[in-house]
Design a binder for this molecule. Structure first.
Ligand SMILES: Nc1nc2c(c(=O)[nH]1)N[C@H]1C(S)=C(S)[C@@H](COP(=O)(O)O)O[C@H]1N2
Ligand SMILES: [Mo]
Length: 316
């Protein structure tokens, strides 16, 4: 039979089963003759993958038109306290030690159909899209990141929330052997975040699984992280393992640590000041001059109605 080297195989011939397998394992499998089996070639998929690359990504009308930061900037300037605090380079140096396979996400609480899903199955829930979003950190810097992901709403539909569900809590991974930061006193572990259910269901809210068309690097929250583009970066929990639907506002790690600095809502808001960092301007990583920060990070027309009755100076 025809022997194909992995590089020769069109990515569309590879099934989602191989999606998150590392390239090395993939080549090993090829060597073992596994690829000769018809199974791996059956079923063409738009989520096909080779060597960590997603193909056939849908472009999203929700993308902003600004030029994305470089892959290097996005993957070497990170906040991921589990891998260190105060040094933006540490996550890139250390997060490689985190195991991201096998990976399951348990979805539970006030839902009709609680489920535990393998990351491979999560990737099949909805077509993957490229979404270019600005990430605005409360520390006063921002980046533009071309995420790969899908609407969180698609995942939520799988479990059918009960009428009593009002909030969603996101609980992230703890792997003590790989995460020296778990010994730091700053945060309550595991790192948790929370959204109101209507925020979680908003079409702009995504679960990211990649960036720049490739599988998410560990330091950016592999294999699954939340992205809510109208909120400060800290709302976007990385490496999520549990999603819980509740009737009460969940406690969140930053809010517990410093409630006067990190509110539950954390909407990007140039009018609400922060004790340490200015919120009306931001420095794009890689640039010198500052830019103005926009209300809701530029999405006011789409998300301001969610907060119509609220005093956002009080509920920050
Ligand atoms: N698990 C976990 N998720 C996290 C954090 C963290 O420390 N741990 N930091 C948050 C903060 S403060 C920011 S600004 C973003 C940074 O995402 P990035 O490194 O991909 O730019 O991740 C958020 N998600
Ligand atoms: Mo942040």
């Amino acid at each position: 039979m025809l022997i194909q080297r992995p590089e020769d195989i069109l990515s569309s011939e590879i099934t989602p089963r191989t999606l998150f397998d590392g390239r090395r394992e993939f080549i090993k499998a090829a060597g073992a003759g596994v690829l000769a089996g018809a199974a791996l070639f059956a079923g063409l998929s738009r989520r096909a993958w080779a060597g960590g690359k997603f193909t056939d990504l849908q472009k999203s009308p929700h993308s902003i038109l600004e030029t994305p930061n470089s892959l290097r900037e996005i993957t070497t300037y990170n906040n991921f306290v589990e891998f260190g605090f105060g040094d933006k380079g540490q996550p890139a140096e250390r997060a490689g030690a985190m195991r991201t396979r096998p990976w399951t996400v348990s979805i539970e609480g006030l839902v009709r159909k609680p489920r535990t899903l393998a990351i491979e199955d999560i990737l099949k829930i909805a077509p993957l899209e490229e979404r270019i979003y600005r990430l605005r950190c409360v520390e006063g810097w921002s980046m533009v990141i071309p995420w790969v992901g899908f609407p969180l709403a698609a995942l939520i539909r799988q479990v059918e929330p009960l009428g009593s569900a009002k909030y969603v809590e996101f609980i992230t991974q703890m792997e003590p052997a790989a995460m020296p930061g778990l010994n730091l006193p700053y945060l309550d572990w595991p790192y948790t975040e929370g959204l109101r259910l209507d925020e979680a269901l908003h079409p702009l809210t995504i679960m990211a699984v990649g960036l720049y068309g490739e599988v998410l690097p560990n330091q950016n929250g592999a294999p699954l992280r939340l992205v809510v583009p109208w909120k400060y970066g800290f709302k976007s929990g990385k490496s999520i393992v549990r999603i819980r639907f509740t009737d009460k506002q969940p406690r969140t790690s930053w809010n517990i640590a410093q409630p006067e600095e990190y509110g539950f809502y954390a909407n990007v808001n140039p009018d609400v000041s922060h004790p340490r960092w200015s919120q009306d301007k931001e420095r794009r990583i890689g640039e010198f001059f500052k830019r103005r920060t926009l209300p809701f990070n530029g999405y006011a027309d789409q998300v301001a109605p969610l907060y119509a009755d609220m005093d956002l100076r009080k509920f920050y």
